[in-house]
Design a protein around this ligand. Structure first.
Ligand code: ZN
Length: 89
């Protein structure tokens, strides 16, 4: 007898342990766009999950830094434009 359950089990890409479904949420980006289903998985290997959490938080930190840098660039551009207008007048 063959079991099909094995193929439906998701494995962690880091350690190969089974992944546990933590939550499932449906997000809609725009009012008329199709909703996107997001599944959040957790590694059943505690040590591995800790490592993933660490990586995730550092990635979020990096993203925030990039966002801040982008904002600063936009602010600098606006300042430049204002200066130009002053010169033109
Ligand atoms: Zn893992």
């Amino acid at each position: 007898m063959t079991t099909i359950s094995n193929s439906s089990v998701l494995r962690c890409s880091q350690c190969g342990s089974e992944l546990i479904l933590v939550s499932e949420k449906i997000t809609k980006l725009e009012e008329f766009s199709a909703p996107i289903k997001t599944k959040v998985y957790k590694c059943s290997n505690e040590e591995c999950q800790k490592d993933i959490d660490k990586k995730t938080s550092s990635r979020i930190k990096l993203l925030k830094q990039q966002e801040q840098a982008k904002e600063n660039r936009i602010k600098a551009k606006v300042g430049l434009r204002l200066n130009k207008n002053k010169i033109l007048r």
